[in-house]
Design a protein. Structure first.
Length: 233
C-alpha cells in the first residue's frame, strides 16, 4: 500500500513540475532575431546630422552650383539684382575663394560639369530669359562663350548625361511654360533638339540615374509632383 502511494505521489509531483515548466515557457516572450542579409542583427538606421560650414561670401538666391575636382562652385543668383558672382568652396579647408565672374549677370540659371569644365546655361537677366552658354575652366580661371541654347529659358533644369549637357523645361521669353529638351555637345559646340517632356514646367529639378534623366516636380499654374524619365537611347 505504501509503495503504491509513493508511486502516485511521484507521478503527481512530476505532472506539477511539467505543467509549471510549460506555463513558464508559454508566458515568457520569445526572442526573435532580426538579421540582415549577412545574418547579423542591425542597429536602427541613423538619421545623420548637419554641420554649419563657412558662409558663402555673397548672400544670394536663384543661384546654381556645380562640383569640379572636389571644389563646389556657386554661380550667379540675385539679391534684388542679378549677380555674375562665382565663388568656390573647398571642403578640405572650409574656405571660400572669389573666382572670375561670369560674363553676364543672371539668376535662375542651370549648370553642369563635363570633363573638368563648368557650363552655365540660360537664366534671367533684367527680367528676360537668356539663351547664353558660358564655360568656366577652373585651371585657368576663365570663362568662354559657347554656342547659345536654341531656346531662351530661365528657371530650367540641367544635367549631364553621356558627356552632353541637357537643358530641360523652364520658362520661355513669352512667359510660356516650356517642355523643351535641348542637348549640348561640348566636342562639336552644337545643340540638338530632343524629345519634348510630356509636361511643360519651370522650377523643376533634374538628375541622372543609371543612364536615365529624371525630371522632378516644378510649376505649371500650380505646384507639381510629376516625375518623368528620359531615355536618350
Amino acid at each position: 500500500m505504501s509503495r503504491r502511494l509513493s508511486i502516485v505521489c511521484t507521478m503527481i509531483i512530476f505532472a506539477f513540475v511539467s505543467a509549471a515548466s510549460g506555463c513558464s515557457s508559454a508566458s515568457s516572450p520569445s526572442v526573435v532575431s532580426h538579421s540582415g542579409a549577412a545574418g547579423i542583427q542591425k542597429s536602427p538606421q541613423s538619421l545623420g546630422s548637419w554641420t554649419t560650414k563657412a558662409p558663402m561670401p555673397t548672400a544670394r538666391d536663384g543661384l546654381a552650383a556645380g562640383v569640379i575636382n572636389g571644389i563646389l562652385y556657386a554661380v550667379g543668383g540675385d539679391n534684388r539684382f542679378e549677380y555674375n558672382t562665382n565663388e568656390a568652396y573647398d571642403p578640405a579647408t572650409d574656405t571660400w575663394t572669389a573666382k572670375a565672374s561670369m560674363p553676364q549677370k543672371r539668376n535662375l540659371l542651370a549648370v553642369g560639369a563635363i570633363n573638368g569644365i563648368l557650363y552655365a546655361v540660360g537664366g534671367n537677366n533684367i527680367r528676360k530669359a537668356t539663351k547664353t552658354l558660358y564655360a568656366y575652366d577652373p585651371t585657368t580661371n576663365t570663362w568662354t562663350t559657347k554656342a547659345p541654347m536654341p531656346t531662351a529659358r530661365l528657371s530650367l533644369g540641367a544635367s549631364v548625361l553621356g558627356g552632353k549637357l541637357y537643358a530641360v523645361g523652364g520658362l520661355e521669353t513669352n512667359n510660356a511654360y516650356s517642355n523643351r529638351l535641348e542637348a549640348y555637345d561640348p566636342v562639336t559646340n552644337t545643340w540638338t533638339t530632343k524629345a519634348a517632356m510630356p509636361t511643360a514646367r519651370e522650377g523643376l529639378a533634374t538628375r541622372v540615374l543609371n543612364g536615365i534623366l529624371y525630371a522632378v516636380g516644378g510649376d505649371n499654374h500650380g505646384v507639381l509632383n510629376t516625375v518623368e524619365a528620359y531615355n536618350p537611347r
